[in-house]
Ligand binder design. Structure first.
Ligand code: MG
Length: 399
């Protein structure tokens, strides 16, 4: 390269059916092309620098953040999803930068306290359109981040937003414009979105086994009734005698992940080869997703999920924490609804402004949505502290 030449953006080799920069449905607010990155790298960087991304560190997966330093949080989960998804994407000739952006953003809308928090907030919002964490992730990147001079949100590429919005009711989709159309027309998202979705599933199923064992809430003897676990456990036990329990568990889980990813890549590759889409729009027009597990692994995944649901997520100790978390979210919501002056000024003024972007014009619905946005943005520990500030007379008013 001559010293006077500018460095050029190096684009990965993409298959014809991958999401590229051209054609792309682009950004809502047109911006000059980035100089030293491609458009999806820019999206990834915007996500990493967002406030919502930093808060993932203190948001729960299954275990509440302060229950142990070694359990997954939403942040480590999102990084694991990105790792699995990027490897698989490269093998299939898909856009690694896009899938990394989708993976890192997919949980940005999660409430504190995982699914317990989501259920509680959805219940509080029942008369005002409900609350759904996946839709909230889109709301965070489209509206709630306040970082840029020219627009609200992060102004991400359409393809990144398409990947973030994994599911959506037809009623809600009708209000979302372009990004909601596929749910009305029963079409597919691009392959990066399809792949990120299943890599999310691989990541959480396997790390919940790991965290479940580490917490002592589930045991190896129980897991041996689950084929995915048993197969790898028997191989590892036959090949390696006298392993410590920690190494044995890690060795089994990494093989489980490898088996699932290999199956996903192979099955999807065959589907792609058979269907031979030439563009991302060909992929979108298909009736079914091309990124899929084989029937066999799909069935084994279901078996594992059922096990985790009954033995871990509904375990007495997890359930007790979930019940506590739900009460806490409900208390905070009710306190704000009954007296919006308890909200920080910034949120209180949104309630009073019927023209604030992305909020309902109707006053009660607007108030409820502002409160849901505020609560959804809280970390576990912030929600616990805020509950104490609202209800515990011993906590000083200025804390
Ligand atoms: Mg996830």
């Amino acid at each position: 390269m001559e010293p006077s030449e500018k460095p050029k953006t190096i684009l990965p080799q993409l298959a014809a059916y991958a999401a590229g920069e051209t054609p792309s449905k682009g950004r809502q607010y047109p911006e000059p092309a980035p100089v030293y990155r491609n458009e999806y790298q820019r999206d990834r960087d915007r996500i990493v620098h967002s406030a919502a991304f930093r808060r993932l560190e203190y948001k729960t997966q299954v275990f509440v953040n302060h229950e142990g330093d070694l359990f997954r949080t939403r942040l480590t989960h999102s990084i694991e999803v990105a790792q699995i998804a990027r490897s698989a994407a490269r093998t299939l000739g898909l856009n690694e930068d896009l899938i990394e952006a989708i993976s890192l953003a997919h949980d940005l809308g999660h409430t504190p306290f995982g699914h317990a928090g989501q259920d509680a907030l959805n219940d509080c919002m029942r008369d005002y359109g409900g609350f759904e964490h996946n839709l909230q992730s889109l709301r965070v990147v489209d509206l709630l981040e306040e970082k840029y001079a020219a627009f609200n949100g992060l102004n991400l590429m359409f393809e990144t937003r398409e990947g973030i919005l994994k599911h959506c009711s037809r009623k809600v989709a009708a209000e979302l414009g372009d990004i909601g159309k596929r749910f009305i027309n029963k079409q597919q998202p691009g392959l990066e979105a399809q792949l990120a979705n299943l890599c999310d599933e691989i990541a959480y199923n396997n790390h919940d086994v790991d965290d479940g064992l580490r917490s002592g809430l589930i045991h190896i003897e129980q897991l041996r009734s689950i084929e995915l676990f048993r197969d790898e456990f028997e191989t590892v036990s036959a090949q390696h005698k006298n392993l410590t329990l920690r190494r044995q568990i890690h060795e089994v889980i990494r093989r489980m992940i490898n088996r699932q990813v290999t199956d996903l890549v192979n099955t999807s590759w065959q589907n792609i080869a058979r269907t031979a889409p030439s563009t991302i729009d060909d992929v979108r027009r298909l009736e079914t997703p091309l990124i899929r597990f084989s029937e066999k692994i799909h069935a084994l995944n279901l078996e594992l999920k059922r096990f985790l649901r009954s033995e871990l997520y509904k375990n007495h100790r997890v359930y007790r924490m979930s019940a506590k978390a739900q009460r806490l979210i409900r208390d905070i919501f009710d306190a704000y609804i009954n007296d919006p002056q308890l909200l920080p000024d910034e949120y209180h003024s949104r309630i009073k402004n019927p023209d604030h972007p992305g909020l309902p014009a109707q006053a009660d619905a607007r108030k409820a949505r502002v409160i849901a946005d505020y609560i959804a943005g809280m970390t576990d520990r912030y929600a616990i502290a805020e509950h104490a500030r609202l209800f515990d007379p011993k906590i000083p008013g200025l804390s």
